[in-house]
Write a protein that binds this ligand. Structure first.
Ligand code: GLP
Length: 251
């Protein structure tokens, strides 16, 4: 256990996202000014929505360009085509990419329709593309009720890499309403591993609401264990939790 992981608790998620988006926009500008593209690791779920809204606002205000930004998403459901509304590719297009000036070639999301024959090579190529981009400058994370980051369910090793994962029943249950029923929720996904995520130079984990308060406390103050993959962040030198009051209420 460590108490060194910085936590910022805000009045609400809008305030938290405004603060983080301002920081990320400044980071992108600094990196672009140094002469190279900025590499962002992106997340899906309800949690990052106000953050993406804020990035779009900054873009529309002329304060943030994605022209020299490369993105790598954490994960994708297996078996969902990119045009399925619940695929993470469709989510990213809808919630961020279609509103900003990012070149399509700069976007990387695992391919949920890759067949089993090509899966291993696809995961290796994803890791290789991150390396070729120079590594991830900033990684955005949410947290699932099982304590997962990406889809690194309990039991995901500290040094795991991009691979196929089986979704925890709790995670599938949480996704069931948006899929219109549990039986529609995919059973597997492709996810960056804990090791992939922990190599990002800077990380922010966002969490809102009472429902996340217990797992946030566990991740921050509990043992560092593969039962709660977010607990590995305690060992990262530049990871920060951005919480609203409710999510921080048990700290
Ligand atoms: C999914 C995603 C995670 C996300 C989690 C929480 O499992 N793969 O990246 O953090 O859901 O979702 P929400 O933000 O909707 O609570």
């Amino acid at each position: 256990m460590t108490d060194s992981l910085p936590v910022r608790v805000f009045a609400d998620r809008t305030d938290a996202c405004r603060a983080l988006a301002t920081e990320v926009a400044a980071l992108v500008r600094t990196i672009n000014d140094s002469g190279r593209p900025a590499v962002l690791g992106l997340a899906t779920g309800k949690t990052p929505l106000p953050f993406y809204a804020e990035l779009i606002r900054l873009h529309c205000a002329g304060e943030l360009s994605f022209a020299r930004v490369l993105t790598f998403n954490l994960d994708e459901y297996l078996g969902l085509p990119g045009d399925h509304p619940e695929s993470y590719r469709a989510f990213m297009q809808r919630e961020l990419f279609s509103h900003v000036d990012i070149p399509a070639a700069n976007v990387h999301i695992p391919d949920g329709m890759i067949g089993s024959a090509g899966l291993e090579a696809h995961c290796k190529a994803y890791e290789e593309a991150i390396r070729a981009a120079g590594g991830i400058d900033f990684q955005l994370l949410g947290i699932g009720r099982t304590g997962h980051i990406g889809f690194n369910e309990p039991g995901s090793p500290r040094d795991s890499r991009t691979r196929m994962v089986e979704l925890d029943p709790v995670t599938r249950q949480d996704a069931a309403p948006s899929f219109g029923g549990l039986e529609q929720v995919p059973t597997h996904a492709i996810s960056m591993g804990c090791g992939t995520i922990l190599e990002a130079r800077k990380i922010a984990l966002l969490a809102w609401g009472q429902a996340k308060a217990a797992i946030v406390r566990e991740a921050l103050t509990g043992p560092i264990t593969d039962r709660v993959s977010a607990s590995f962040l305690q060992e990262h030198g530049d990871a920060t939790f951005y919480l609203d009051r409710e999510a921080g209420s048990l700290l």
